[in-house]
Design a protein around this ligand. Structure first.
Ligand SMILES: NC(=O)CC[C@H](N)C(=O)O
Length: 261
């Protein structure tokens, strides 16, 4: 049976192989929408849009490969249904990647950009920062800034002409090592001897949305609301509506998770 119980509805799916899928489902729930866990190719047939969460992209890619999900995921992107990749999900959606593990990783692609894995350094160099998100605020209201939670995060080094940049971030670089970049983020190094570099941390190309940070770990639901609007618009183009909340007894797993304030 269709999630939501009606053939004219299409739910929002969340790739639930690994990483912060529960947190995305909880954020959707706060907006009154039930996210559907996607683990198999056939689950993609029932959904109108998909969130690919953060986690560990090599592990996630191995699991997706094991479940033979890549052909169906590529087909999903090609079909034009909205897909939002956060952090590791961004890496999945990039056409080109640097900083990959030896032997490379299998990805989905679709977004004309080059992503740098672990650009900001190791897990220990994770950080939070207020990002300027004027375009998001213009559509969703609220402050012009958004608290970006970066966990061993990637960054987009260059984008193609059809990609709209929704947030960027300027880092000071005096060395090609990531450790120096993170030091500069914390304002600890001699800025005079460094040059600056702008990297992209949120972008959109058609129905593909990517963020290098983790909105699902904050209580600010504007990125989820922005993606839901993309999902609703796409559903409407196909004469479909979005599945709303179902009875809580049908919702499996932890839903109300702690979030960082
Ligand atoms: N928080 C994240 O999703 C981190 C992604 C991680 N750097 C990777 O390459 O998979």
């Amino acid at each position: 049976m269709e999630a939501g119980g009606a053939a004219h509805q299409r739910s929002v799916g969340v790739l639930s192989l690994q990483g912060s899928f529960n947190e995305h489902i909880a954020a959707l729930r706060r907006l009154g929408v039930m996210g559907v866990e996607v683990r198999k190719a056939e689950h993609l047939e029932k959904i109108g849009s998909l969130i690919i969460p953060g986690g560990e992209s090599t592990t996630m890619a191995k699991l997706a490969h094991y479940h033979n999900l890549f052909p169906a995921l590529r087909e999903f992107v090609k079909s034009g249904r909205p897909v939002w990749g956060t952090c590791a999900g961004l890496i999945f959606l990039a056409d080109r990647a640097i900083g990959q593990k030896n032997g490379g990783q299998e990805f989905i692609g679709g977004l004309d950009c080059t992503v740098h894995r672990n650009f900001f350094g190791s897990q220990l160099q994770s950080f939070e920062i207020d990002l300027l998100v004027s375009k998001l605020a213009a559509k969703e209201g609220g402050p012009a800034s958004f608290r970006g939670v970066f966990i061993r995060a990637p960054a987009i080094m260059e984008v193609g002409p059809d990609v709209e940049v929704l947030a960027d971030y300027t880092v000071h670089v005096n060395d090609s090592t990531n450790a120096k970049i993170v030091t500069s983020l914390r304002g600890l190094e001699d800025k005079k001897s460094s040059s600056t570099q702008k990297v992209v941390v949120a972008a959109r190309q058609g129905n593909l949305l990517v963020t290098a940070f983790h909105p699902e770990l904050t209580k600010d639901t504007r990125w989820h609301s922005f993606f839901l609007k993309m999902s609703v618009e796409n559903n409407e183009e196909h004469g479909l509506s979005i599945s709303k909340e179902v009875a809580s007894s049908e919702v499996k797993g932890p839903i109300f998770l702690p979030i960082f304030e």
